[in-house]
Design a protein around this ligand. Structure first.
Ligand code: FEO
Length: 387
């Protein structure tokens, strides 16, 4: 049996994508991404989700190989985002007799992408079951994890949770990377806005005896499931993994603000900060900056004034944090401006609109290159942040 298969009856039929440039047209995925899909073979045969249309042909071949001449009775649609439902049309062309299984929101949305025979659908709701023989799927609604129509399903005979985007991670399976390597960047940037909805799903899942988690991206999780569930619980409660760690996020036009950021990193280290994470917002993957903002309990922002406001990279970063509902953190602000400094005012306005953000110490204004007076002010800011 292929290593990726879950059991004799539950087969992996997903596809790796190692040539995509940007996942969702915004996230670099140097190790690619997997679009997971599964087949359950019992008295009835069910296909669980499709794949991005980039991998449709490969996926259809894999499904046919596992079906070994059988026709699929059902296509279960846990999530309609095109990285998973992008091959529904190709599937229906090949298997027009198959019955589509989704919830009311699935079938409100599906016609926006595909034509299909509404008579060949089953609409399920919370707690409904689909019996395939000895395998039975029970459906659990998971709205906004991470689209409104998302549902997960629990297969009771083998105790498998098909968790949709939940517990996913970046990285093609063929790359063999550990789940944790990209799980936080994936979580905070894709699902992070919906912490309350993830909490609601975790509460439902707590009532299930789960032995295996089959997500739609990344490795199938079979052991130490408490570790993965614990990560999702902490992340979705917006608790920092490292409360005393400081993210130093900076944008710099000509290098002076970058120099100030470097000085701040040194000062924080000298004052005993256990971990300082510098991120150049103009050059780093913004998704890494967002991930680290959530993992660290504290943050220093440094930005020059530009066109009467923020330099664009900082503006983008703060807009991402606002959209991902960044909250409950301590932050220091440093602006740069050799004439009409205005960056701090805009940074403050972003932060004041967020929940439970404490701005520590006095906002400091650097005028051009850093001088002794700036170092003194940064020492005071570091003390305020670390206290
Ligand atoms: Fe992997 Fe929300 O799609």
């Amino acid at each position: 049996m292929n290593d990726l298969h879950i059991s004799a009856a539950v087969r992996y039929v997903g596809a790796d994508d190692t040539t995509i440039d940007l996942f969702e047209s915004q996230y670099p995925v140097p190790n690619g991404v997997s679009y997971n899909a599964y087949v359950i073979l019992d008295e009835k045969a069910a296909v669980l989700d499709t794949v991005d249309r980039r991998a449709a042909a490969e996926w259809l071949d894999r499904v046919a190989e596992q079906l070994a001449g059988r026709k699929p009775d059902y296509l279960v649609l846990h999530h309609l985002e095109p990285d998973h439902a992008g091959s529904v049309g190709a599937f229906l062309e090949k298997y027009p007799e198959a019955v589509l299984v989704g919830n009311a929101k699935t079938f409100a949305m599906l016609p926006k992408y595909y034509r299909y025979d509404a008579a060949r659908t089953i609409t399920v709701k919370e707690g409904d079951t689909l019996a395939l023989g000895s395998h039975v799927l029970t459906f659990v609604m998971a709205p906004m994890v991470h689209w409104p129509e998302v549902m997960v399903s629990y297969e009771s005979s083998e105790k498998i949770l098909f968790s949709a985007d939940g517990f996913g991670t970046f990285g093609a399976l063929s790359k063999g990377r550990p789940w944790i390597e990209e799980a936080a960047r994936y979580y905070f940037n894709i699902v992070g806005k919906y912490g309350a909805q993830v909490q609601a799903l975790l509460k439902k899942a707590a009532g299930l005896d789960i032995r295996t988690i089959c997500p739609l991206h990344g490795p199938v999780l079979r052991e130490d499931l408490g570790y993965y569930i614990g990560k999702y619980d902490q992340w979705s409660r917006y608790e920092p993994e490292e409360p005393d760690a400081v993210l130093v996020a900076y944008a710099s036009i000509h290098g002076n603000t970058a120099q100030a950021a470097g000085k701040m990193v040194d000062i924080l280290g000298a004052k005993g900060c256990p971990k300082v994470v510098p991120v150049d917002l103009c050059r780093a993957d913004q998704a890494v900056a967002v991930e680290n903002a959530f993992l660290c309990g504290k943050m220093v922002l440094l930005c020059p004034t530009y066109d009467g406001g923020l330099f664009p990279a900082m503006d983008h970063f703060l807009a991402h944090l606002r959209d991902k509902t960044y909250r409950s953190r301590k932050v220091c602000l440093i602006e740069n401006g050799s004439w009409a400094p205005a960056a701090a005012k805009v940074m403050r306005s972003y932060l004041e609109a967020m929940k439970d953000i404490t701005i520590c110490g006095d906002v400091h204004t650097i005028q051009g290159a850093i001088k002794d007076c700036d170092t003194t002010a940064m020492e005071q800011l570091a003390e305020a942040l670390l206290s």
